[in-house]
Design a protein around this ligand. Structure first.
Ligand code: IMP
Ligand code: MG
Length: 178
């Protein structure tokens, strides 16, 4: 793996495929043991979560369902602070054990809005699971129970994460070159 270029920006390798799969297995194991005997409804936040959701689901050995919502607060490499709900959940989450899936939690604006909306529907439980977490940028109080990896405050792409819509197809994660 070496440096790559996406539009005007250069990125360097950060988390390789082997490490990613190990991180995901570890999170799946925790969920499998925490939810033993329960049914889970995963709610993935599109677009970025599609690869993580797919690899995580394959490692869940409990009864589970998955649904997706499409939200977005990003424009280029900066959060806009404005959440646009592009499409929402069609089914009820009432009395279900819900785990929200995110590719990355940055300021937390995106996930907080969704979390509070779903809480109003009275799920049996509600937790957040994210592949990556930027603790230095997190400004919200909503607990992020499952974090595959905490990362520094650097822009990353690949494995579902994009820069201006590009880079989602890269099978590993790259970091903005400093
Ligand atoms: P938040 O609302 O600030 O927590 O931003 C969360 C959303 O912004 C994530 O679901 C991503 O789609 C996007 N995002 C945040 N940081 C990055 C990054 O480093 N690379 C690509 N997308 C990011
Ligand atoms: Mg996202």
């Amino acid at each position: 793996m070496s440096e790559i270029q996406i539009k005007d920006l250069a990125f360097v390798p950060y988390i390789n495929e082997t490490e990613l799969q190990k991180l995901i297995s570890d999170v799946a194991q925790k969920i499998n043991s925490d939810y033993k005997g329960k049914e889970i409804l995963f709610v993935g936040v599109l677009n970025g979560v599609f690869m993580f959701a797919s690899d995580l689901m394959k490692r869940i050995d409990l009864k589970c369902q998955i649904s997706f919502v499409k939200l977005s607060s990003y424009d280029g490499t900066e959060t806009t602070g404005i959440i646009k709900e592009l499409f929402g959940l069609t089914e009820s989450v009432e009395s279900k054990h819900v785990i929200l899936l995110e590719d990355i939690v940055d300021t937390g604006i995106t996930i907080e809005g969704l979390y509070n909306d779903l809480l109003k529907q009275k799920p049996a439980s509600l937790e957040i699971c994210t592949l990556l977490f930027k603790p230095d940028k997190y400004t919200k109080g909503v607990p992020i129970k499952y974090v595959a990896k905490s990362v520094p405050n650097e822009f990353v792409v690949g494995y579902g994460l994009d820069y201006d819509g590009f880079g989602r197809n890269i099978p590993s994660i790259y970091q903005l070159k400093s």
